[in-house]
Design a binder for this molecule. Structure first.
Ligand code: 2E4
Ligand code: SF4
Length: 322
């Protein structure tokens, strides 16, 4: 006889991080203060539900600054932008609010500082991801992307005396460590960040999946297909030997995934709101789950300040997404 679903185990922590909370609040406050439309360069965070909610409140998401009318208010997404995009936005005279996560900005600042000292960079990250474009675009040259260990063998900096490693904030912690080790083996003098550029939220969500995966028969990750950190959670569970699927909403859950599965692990990427997690729980209950249990885990208390100009009116706008 088929085993039926016994319980849902919720990963801790999961879902929104401080950078995502801040980025969404910047758009909501800009809408409340200046009125619609507010233009946002790129999806504010990689989540379909969040983007649709903000669209319904009057946000317009664009990729090219030429699609923003003169005099508009423009928000940069949490992933950050290149120097060229910053400059173009200033030249076009927009009223700019920067929702780049402060932990991404920290990497940008480090790149600029070391470049002044004559460093070249090896960036570990995923080609084409907006954060990688933003970080690499802090410099006009001297920053080389490696996506995997194979790339390390062929990367060709102009010199190796002053070489530093930087990474995307949302990588697999284990993959990044392996690639960094290959960089170190090829360039022994390479300078590495004191603390990894991979952020606390990425680290904590991956740690929780590492603890959870062996305890469950299936891991469901709530996150959008474009979300790097959410993809890494699904991939990690699968690597640990637990079947895993990522869903953008409860509607994507397939009953056959749950056949013969007793314990279901549930987590969410840093850009996925808790409301979607609750909808997934309801759906899994309808499939027969009897109980829901929270895992023990780290409590995250970090909060980033809002940019100047949006700090006033301290009452959060109505209907804050959470
Ligand atoms: C900025 C930096 O980078 P990823 O694709 O994981 O972004 P997402 O929007 O899913 O998550 C928020 C975020 C934003 C993470 N790091
Ligand atoms: Fe910032 Fe990390 Fe959240 Fe990205 S995942 S927005 S770097 S806190």
């Amino acid at each position: 006889m088929n085993r039926s679903i016994e319980e849902v185990i919720l990963a801790e922590p999961r879902g929104f991080c401080a950078g995502v909370d801040r980025a969404i609040e910047i758009v909501e406050r800009a809408l409340a203060k200046f009125g619609a439309p507010i233009y946002v360069r790129h999806e504010i965070v990689h989540n379909t539900y969040v983007v649709n909610q903000l669209k319904s409140k009057g946000a317009i998401f664009i990729e090219e600054l030429s699609d923003v009318p003169p005099g508009a208010t423009l928000v940069f997404s949490a992933h950050g932008v290149s120097k060229a995009v910053q400059q173009e936005a200033r030249d076009r005279g927009f009223d700019i609010f920067d929702a780049t996560c402060p932990l991404v900005t920290k990497v940008h600042v480090e790149v600029a500082k070391l470049a002044k000292e004559g460093y070249e960079f090896i960036m570990i990250g995923h080609k084409g991801h907006p954060e990688v474009e933003g970080t690499m675009g802090q410099l006009s040259s001297g920053i080389h992307l490696v996506e995997d260990v194979e790339d390390v063998a062929t990367v060709s900096p102009a010199q190796t005396e002053k070489l530093a490693v930087v990474t995307q904030t949302t990588l697999s912690v284990d993959d990044a460590a392996e690639i960094a080790a290959a960089v170190r083996a090829r360039f022994p003098k390479v300078r590495e960040p004191k603390q990894q550029d991979i952020c606390y939220a990425t680290q904590n969500r991956q740690d929780a999946v590492k603890i959870m995966s062996p305890q469950v028969d299936l891991v469901i990750v709530v996150g959008s297909p474009t979300s790097s950190n959410s993809n890494r959670l699904r991939e990690l569970a699968e690597r640990l030997g637990t079947e895993s699927y990522m869903v953008d909403s409860a509607d994507e859950l397939k009953p056959e995934w749950f056949e013969g599965k007793g314990r279901i692990g549930l987590t969410a990427g840093a850009s996925a709101p808790e409301v979607l997690v609750r909808e997934v729980i309801e759906r899994v209950r309808a499939f027969g789950a009897v109980s829901v249990r929270k895992m023990d885990g780290i409590e995250e208390t970090i909060k980033f300040p809002l940019p100047k100009g949006l700090k006033l009116d301290d009452i959060p706008p109505p209907g804050h997404i959470s």
